[in-house]
Design a protein around this ligand. Structure first.
Ligand SMILES: *[C@@H]1O[C@H](CO)[C@@H](O)[C@H](O)[C@H]1NC(C)=O
Ligand SMILES: *[C@@H]1O[C@H](CO)[C@@H](O)[C@H](O)[C@H]1NC(C)=O
Ligand SMILES: *[C@@H]1O[C@H](CO)[C@@H](O)[C@H](O)[C@H]1NC(C)=O
Length: 578
């Protein structure tokens, strides 16, 4: 009987093929299978699902309102009543990129385009936008030179006495608008970081044969605010004297943080690149080292300069963490150049991996190469690179970047370009997708900013399909719903105790609820997810693939008239079909 060619065998093969076909067909239309009972539920199933909110949709037949948009139209839903939002992008500010940074238009120099856009995101529906960044020619530069003045730097101090003039000459070839400033640091003036015995208070070099005179230890001292009068730089540097601390590491990270956040005192201009050159010949103290001296208060990230322009919280707060330092540098658009002696290169190189916008260069033991070093860092690491950073990125939005650098080849997953020439324009394709609906009323926004630039792109986000447009006209006590239900997006949501597609039935005396009467078993979907429950009966949906029937809409013409091994005997086994 089961040998090939017999009737039963052929029927079994047919059944298997049909089953496969049906699964594929159902798999394609996840909108209908999801048994969504509201527009919002429908739209959340998949980005291709749409909802028909037309009252008379189907006219007496029961049709699921959740389907592909084109199917709904085919099935007679007027396009005006189809809820089918998609994601979109609108550009709000779109000033063109500038070509030059100098001249009278300086306040309007634009290095990123567009500057502002708004996204309307339907969860699950990816969209994208493009942005362009240009390294504008002849952009103003602010450079603050932060120098370690511990004893071992005394020969360096000698070399940089005329640094201002020379540096201004070299930088003048790269920008017509250059300012220079100066500050210095040693370490916290407390044990165990410094010598604290009374005889060292005024002169920590007291009794030190090789170099018997130096100035008291200090944390950070801001000496010269950014100025275009470079002679002032030379004069101030010439007045400086080294100091002496006790342990090898220095308190330079305290100084970097102050230099970054004390904007007014340092004089950082809004419209300029901010370069911070950190020259040292030793390792820095990091957060938690302060505990050795009994400092338990973490750094607060604020500016603490007293009226002598000295860091006044030096002996009150711990050293800053790398994370805090990175945050403050980025917040103030500062490029940090570690100019360090050769043996420290690896250590500072590791810091650069942890702090965005930083680079490390090798400083000769006497600082002789400092100018070449600064020019090289500026040209190679600052002016020839564009790297995007993203701020306040909402968690429920997934975004990915594709960079197109000067050769025009898209580089998926990259948000930076290197080896650029001044004036080159690079573009980034950013694709975004909301993963879910945020709580109602949430407003989201984020910022995309090239590291070290003042320019940024502001992105605001609203959501599509989390609330359907038709829900705005929901009508309580609607006559469509026998005055005992809310009419919303084409369907009735009945008051407790009432049921039916138009709330036309009352719950039976037996107390059996709406849901149990239309479910094959507890935990199963209402009407197997293929029909609507009305007055304790399932009204099965019409399907493109054939009739659906059975008390719980569990049968259809394609499942070989078999459900759980029991034959669905004909079409009149209890369930109503319309
Ligand atoms: C630098 O980082 C690497 C890898 O993370 C590590 O193996 C190495 O020990 C670090 N070097 C220093 C000097 O901190
Ligand atoms: C941007 O990326 C999306 C996919 O992520 C792609 O569909 C679109 O065509 C890209 N746009 C451009 C201009 O390359
Ligand atoms: C709806 O009607 C019922 C009684 O018919 C009434 O108690 C209720 O306040 C009405 N609700 C609204 C929102 O009008």
């Amino acid at each position: 009987m089961w040998s090939p060619g017999t009737w039963m065998w052929r029927a079994a093969v047919c059944c298997m093929l049909l089953e496969t076909f049906l699964h594929t067909a159902r798999g394609l239309n996840m909108c209908m299978g999801g048994s969504a009972t509201s527009c919002e539920e429908c739209l959340l199933i998949h980005r291709s699902c749409a909802w028909c909110a037309q009252e008379e949709f189907g006219r007496g037949r029961t049709l699921t309102r959740c389907d592909f948009s084109q199917n709904l139209q085919k099935r007679g839903c007027d396009a005006r009543f189809i809820e089918y939002p998609t994601s979109s992008v609108s550009v709000l500010h779109n000033m063109p990129l500038s070509s030059k940074g100098s001249g009278w238009t300086q306040n309007d120099v634009v290095q990123i385009q567009p500057q502002k856009l708004s996204l309307s995101l339907r969860p699950g529906d990816q969209t994208w936008f493009e942005l362009q960044v240009r390294q504008v020619e002849d952009y103003p530069v602010d450079l603050y030179y932060l120098m370690d003045l511990s004893l071992s730097m005394k020969d360096d101090l000698e070399t940089i006495r005329n640094l201002g003039t020379k540096l201004a000459l070299e930088m003048g070839k790269l920008t017509s608008n250059f300012r220079l400033g100066f500050g210095s640091f040693v370490d916290k003036n407390m044990s165990p970081f410094s010598y604290t015995a009374p005889k060292y208070q005024e002169n920590p070099c007291n009794g030190y044969k090789l170099f018997p005179n130096c100035v008291p230890t200090f944390g950070f001292r801001h000496i010269l605010s950014l100025t275009d009068k470079v002679d002032r730089f030379n004069q101030e540097v010439q007045k400086q004297m080294v100091s002496r601390n006790r342990d090898a590491p220095e308190g330079g990270f305290d100084a970097i943080l102050q230099a970054a956040v004390c904007k007014e005192e340092i004089g950082w201009r809004k419209e300029a690149y901010h370069l911070l050159v950190f020259a040292t010949d030793d390792v820095p103290h990091l957060a938690l080292d302060g505990r050795l001296g009994g400092l338990v208060q973490p750094h607060d990230g604020e500016c603490h300069l007293n009226d002598k322009n000295e860091y006044s919280a030096s002996t009150q707060m711990d050293y800053p963490s790398l994370a805090l330092l990175g945050e403050k540098l980025a917040e103030n658009n500062i490029f940090l150049i570690f100019a360090v002696t050769k043996r420290l290169y690896v250590i500072y190189k590791n810091f650069t991996a942890l702090i965005p916008g930083t680079t490390v260069e090798i400083l000769d033991t006497d600082s002789k190469n400092v100018i070449q070093l600064i020019i090289a860092a500026y040209n190679v690491n600052i002016r020839s690179k564009v790297e995007l950073s993203v701020w306040d990125h909402p968690e429920d939005i997934a975004s990915s970047f594709t960079a197109t650098c000067q050769d025009g080849k898209p580089l998926p997953g990259l948000r930076k370009c290197a080896d650029l020439k001044i004036g080159d324009t690079v573009s980034f394709n950013v694709s975004v997708e909301a993963r879910s609906c945020p709580p109602r009323g949430t407003e989201q926004s984020f910022t995309i900013k090239p590291v070290g630039f003042k320019d940024s792109l502001q992105v605001s986000v609203d959501y599509q399909g989390c609330d359907c447009g038709c829900s705005r006209t929901a009508n309580t006590n609607s006559s469509i719903c026998s005055n005992i239900g809310t009419y919303n997006c084409g369907t009735c949501h009945c008051e407790p105790g009432y049921l039916g597609a138009r709330c036309e039935c009352q719950e039976g005396e037996s107390g059996s609820s709406y849901l149990t009467a239309c479910r094959e078993a507890e935990g199963k979907q209402v009407c197997s997810g293929r029909g609507e429950c009305s007055c304790n009966q399932c009204l099965c949906y019409e399907s493109e693939f054939g009739k659906i029937y059975g008390s719980y809409c569990e049968c259809d013409d394609f499942s070989c008239a078999r459900h759980k091994g029991i034959l669905c005997s004909g079409r009149n086994s209890g369930g109503k079909t319309h």
